[in-house]
Design a protein around this ligand. Structure first.
Ligand code: PEP
Ligand code: MN
Length: 345
């Protein structure tokens, strides 16, 4: 199989202290990944767009100097997140090699456009930025992600897509759509934010390998337990090598099967959620001595779905079979015990 050495962007979620940044960078550099042909970039966020104002917001401008030191001491190229035009100019002035835009910034095309314009300005002022990485937006929106990438391409710099998933799920469908919209755009996986858990980092990298991803961006910390942000998803430098994969030929069947698995997850999670609601309804009915089975209500539910199915390409038989199966399970969950046999339909 045709394989190509991957791009590996690794480093802590956030630059926390000079010691933490240097220790982590030195440990990553010592793994010898470059000797294996990887293109290795050290990442650390200095300005952190956090959900809560009470959490660590990043060390700020001072962290840029630590990244510059990493470059001098280890020779590793560096990357940080820029969420405003001002941050682009500061990072470029500090000699950062690569910038990424985050999932939260990705929700705003106006901000992304301003960031792209700041990159153009920084390069005109002698900046040495080498590439731009664009994470997918927080929500599933392949078109917005593609639009953000195209805005960044206006800078003339190479632009790389980073798939970080939505709400700690991969969203393979979104990445598949992006490949359709912008074929040829290199695609990295960010298994750290995608899974939100250390134990998922390596399995997600294996999946990305089978799908032909071009590399990864992973959160690596010299002491994850003490990390000031995203502690639960950061791995140690020693845990990085098993996550590295060579680029393989993309396999469309593997992509489609991932999407089937994802659709099945959605379906079964929705079924479980529906049954949780049924249990609440069961308690409500019991409290009012109401009969579990309400034939008129079931008739309406099925009728509504049959009308919907007609315009969605599903056969009537399938709709009837599924609505009946759901209803039967619903009735079962509304009983205090499993006395389904005695239930009248
Ligand atoms: C990050 O990479 O640390 C980060 C904040 O990522 P995201 O924008 O994907 O949440
Ligand atoms: Mn993070």
């Amino acid at each position: 199989m045709d394989t190509v050495a991957p791009l590996v962007v690794a480093g802590p979620c956030a630059a926390e202290s000079r010691t933490q940044v240097l220790l982590t960078a030195q440990a990553i550099a010592a793994l010898g990944l470059q000797a294996q042909g990887c293109r290795l970039v050290f990442r650390a966020g200095v300005w952190k767009p956090r959900t809560s104002p009470d959490s660590f917001q990043g060390i700020g401008d001072e962290g840029l100097q630590w990244l510059a030191e990493v470059r001098r001491l280890t020779g590793l190229e560096t990357a940080t997140e820029a969420a405003t035009p001002e941050q682009v100019l500061k990072a470029a002035a500090a000699g950062i090699d690569h910038l990424w835009t985050g999932a939260r910034t990705g929700a705003s095309p106006i901000l992304i456009q301003q960031i792209a314009e700041a990159v153009i300005q920084a390069q005109a002022q002698g900046g040495r930025l080498k590439s731009l990485l664009v994470k997918n937006p927080m929500h599933e929106d392949a078109a917005l992600w593609a639009g953000n990438i195209r805005r960044m391409q206006q800078t003339g710099l190479p632009v790389i897509a980073v798939h970080r998933g939505c709400a700690h799920r991969p969203c393979w469908r979104m990445a598949w759509q992006l490949r359709r919209l912008l074929p040829g755009t290199p695609l990295l996986i960010d298994p750290s934010h995608m899974g939100g858990q250390r134990s998922l980092v390596q399995p997600l990298c294996l999946t990305a390998a089978s799908l032909g991803y071009d590399g990864l961006m992973a959160e690596v910390h010299n002491n994850p337990a003490e990390a000031l942000s995203d502690a639960q998803q950061q791995i140690t430098p020693a845990e990085l090598p098993p996550c590295i994969f060579s680029k393989q030929q993309p396999d469309d069947l593997a992509w489609l099967r991932r999407q089937i698995d994802e659709a099945d997850d959605d379906i079964w999670n929705a079924v479980a959620r529906r049954m949780d609601i049924s249990r609440e309804i069961g308690a409500w009915k019991r409290g009012r001595q109401m009969q579990v089975v309400q034939p008129e209500r079931f008739r309406q539910v099925q009728e509504r779905r049959l009308m919907w199915a007609a315009s969605n390409g599903l056969s009537e038989d399938t709709v009837i079979a599924i609505t009946e199966a759901l209803h039967n399970e619903s009735i079962r969950t509304q009983q205090p015990g499993d006395n389904r046999e005695t239930t009248e339909r």
